[in-house]
Design a protein around this ligand. Structure first.
Ligand SMILES: [Zn+2]
Length: 478
C-alpha cells in the first residue's frame, strides 16, 4: 500500500513515588482550591499524585522509528500496535451552497453512502471532503443536478504534506536552548506540549502549577496548567483546547496564551493578573496523537469497542452531560458525531466533569477553542434557544471579535451556536453554562475553509496573536 508503518513501543512507566512534586506547597499561589466536603476519587490538589516525566528536554527521537506510549491501568489498551498512515491523495474539499433543498438531500445521501464526509458548515453552505474513489461519481452527480461548488482543496494529501514543515536550523538551535520544545512555528506532539507545561511549572513555581486531572482512554495524562498569583479576590477563567483531535490550531493557540502570560506575568495588565487561569490545552490526547501518526483527519477520541462494528471513538463535544443525546448528535458508533453510550461515558469528559465537581473555584468564564470557521459562539447549542443573559454574551463576544479584527484582520461572526450554525447537543459549552459559568464561548478559529483543518503552521502565530487580543477583552469584562 505504500503507507508508512509505525510501531508503537511501550517505553516507560513513571512512578509517582520517584518524582519530585513540582508544587511547592508553601507558595501562596499553589494550592488549588478543592471542595473539602466532596470526596476526590483520583486527584488531590496537593501535587503529590502529580505524575510526570522526569526530563523536560529529552533527546529527539525520529518519530517514524519509535513512538512513546503511556500505560493505563484501566482499561487495557494495546501496548504495541501497528498503525498505518492514511493517505488522502486525490481527496478534495468542496464548499457547496446549501440554500437549495435538493442540494441538502443529495449531500445527505452522499454522506450516508460514505462517499463524502462533512467538514462543517452553517445555514448557507457546507464544506465536504470527497473521497478519491468517489470523485468521478460525485462530480457527475453535481453536474447533472446543475449544482455549483468551489474546490477549496484540490489534493488533500498535498496540503497535509505541506502543513507542518520541519523547523529551520535557527529555530532548532533556539529550541535547544529554551528548555522546552514548543515553538508556535510548528504543530507539536503531545510530549512537547506537556514538556512545555512542566517546564513552566518548574521555572515559575510561584505562579504556575500543573495538575493531572485524569487520564485518557489510552492512559495519557490530562494536564491542566494554572497561572495565578494567589490573590484572594481573583476571578477564575477556564480555557481548553483539542477536544477534536484534528483541530491542531486549537492546542497551538491555547499554549500560545499560556506562554504569553507565563513569560510576561510581571508586566501583564491587572486584568490578566487578577484572574486565576486554568488551561487544559489537549482534552483529547489520544485522538491528537492519532492525527499525528495515522489519520490526520481523525475527530473523536480513541475509545475502542463501540457497537457491533470495529468503529472507534466518541465525539467528546457531544458527550457532555447537559441535554445529552439531543439534536445534532448521533447514536451510531461509526458516526463522526457519535455521542457515546451515555453522558460523560468517555474518560476525557468524565475527568473534566469531576474536576469541576470537585473544585471550589467559581469560574467566571469558560472558553473552548476549536476550528474552523471563525465564529465566537455562545449557548445554547442543544437547540434554538438562548440563555437569559444572552445580551451580555453577545455584547462581550462582539467586543472580542472587534479586537480580533483590529489586531489581525480576521472577521469572526458572533452568535449562539444553534442560531449561527446548527443545533448540537452534548457540547462542553452548554454544560459549562449549565453550571452557572456566565461567559461561556466556543471559539472556532481560522480559517473559513481555504485550508480548513489543515491550516499551515505559519498561521499559528497570527491566529494566536489576534485571539490573544480577544482574550484580553474577555479578561477585562469578567
Ligand atoms: Zn471542534
Amino acid at each position: 500500500m505504500g503507507s508508512l508503518t509505525v510501531t508503537l513501543v511501550f517505553l516507560y512507566a513513571v512512578s509517582a513515588v520517584l518524582c519530585t512534586p513540582f508544587i511547592n506547597q508553601l507558595q501562596p499561589g499553589q494550592e488549588w482550591p478543592a471542595r473539602s466536603s466532596v470526596k476526590q476519587p483520583y486527584h488531590q490538589f496537593d501535587g503529590t499524585e502529580n505524575e510526570h516525566k522526569p526530563e523536560v528536554a529529552e533527546p529527539k527521537t525520529a518519530a517514524s522509528e519509535v513512538e512513546k506510549e503511556v500505560i493505563s491501568d484501566e482499561p487495557q489498551a494495546p501496548l504495541v500496535e501497528t498503525v498505518e498512515r492514511i493517505d488522502y491523495s486525490g481527496a478534495q474539499v468542496w464548499k457547496v451552497s446549501t440554500e437549495d433543498v435538493q442540494v441538502q438531500r443529495l449531500i445527505k445521501k452522499l454522506a450516508t453512502d460514505k462517499l463524502i464526509a462533512s467538514w462543517g458548515g452553517n445555514h448557507s453552505s457546507i464544506d465536504i471532503l470527497i473521497k478519491p474513489n468517489a470523485l468521478e461519481n460525485v462530480t457527475a452527480m453535481f453536474r447533472n443536478g446543475d449544482i455549483t461548488y468551489d474546490i477549496m482543496i484540490d489534493d488533500l494529501q498535498q496540503r497535509i504534506n505541506e502543513e507542518n514543515p520541519p523547523l529551520d536550523e535557527n529555530e532548532l538551535e533556539l529550541q535547544d536552548r529554551r528548555g522546552h520544545r514548543m515553538t508556535w512555528k510548528q504543530y507539536h506532539r503531545l510530549e512537547d506540549i506537556h514538556g512545555f507545561m512542566d517546564y513552566l511549572a518548574k521555572t515559575y513555581p510561584s505562579i504556575i502549577s500543573v495538575n493531572t486531572i485524569g487520564k485518557s482512554y489510552e492512559g495519557r495524562e490530562l494536564k491542566i496548567l494554572r497561572i495565578s498569583d494567589g490573590k484572594a479576590g481573583n476571578k477564575a477563567v477556564f480555557i481548553d483546547g483539542g477536544i477534536h483531535a484534528r483541530e491542531w490550531i486549537s492546542p497551538a493557540v491555547v499554549t500560545y496564551f499560556i506562554n504569553q502570560f507565563a513569560e510576561n506575568f510581571d508586566v501583564e495588565s491587572d486584568d490578566i493578573k487578577n484572574i486565576d487561569w486554568y488551561f487544559l490545552p489537549v482534552v483529547n490526547p489520544d485522538g491528537y496523537e492519532y492525527t499525528h501518526r495515522s489519520d490526520r483527519l481523525w475527530r473523536k477520541n480513541r475509545k475502542y469497542g463501540y457497537g457491533p462494528s470495529t468503529c472507534t471513538g466518541a465525539d467528546l463535544n457531544r458527550n457532555f452531560g447537559y441535554r445529552w443525546g439531543g439534536k445534532g448528535s448521533s447514536s451510531y458508533p461509526c458516526s463522526d458525531i457519535y455521542r457515546g453510550s451515555g453522558p460523560f461515558s468517555e474518560p476525557e469528559t468524565k475527568a473534566i466533569s469531576e474536576f469541576f465537581r470537585n473544585t471550589a473555584v467559581k469560574f467566571s468564564a469558560y472558553l473552548t477553542y476549536h476550528s474552523y470557521g471563525q465564529y465566537l459562539l455562545y449557548p445554547w447549542g442543544y437547540d434554538n434557544a438562548l440563555p437569559a443573559d444572552h445580551k451580555d454574551l453577545d455584547s462581550v463576544g462582539k467586543q472580542m471579535a472587534e479586537a480580533i479584527r483590529k489586531t489581525g484582520g480576521s472577521q469572526y461572526k458572533v452568535g449562539s451556536s444553534s442560531g449561527l450554525l446548527y443545533p448540537a447537543a452534548g457540547g462542553s459549552d452548554d454544560w459549562a453554562k449549565s453550571l452557572g459559568i456566565k461567559y461561556t464561548y466556543t471559539v472556532e478559529l481560522s480559517d473559513t475553509g481555504r485550508y480548513g483543518f489543515v491550516l499551515p503552521a505559519s498561521y499559528i502565530e497570527p491566529v494566536a496573536r489576534e485571539n490573544l487580543a480577544g482574550l484580553r477583552v474577555l479578561a477585562s469584562q469578567v
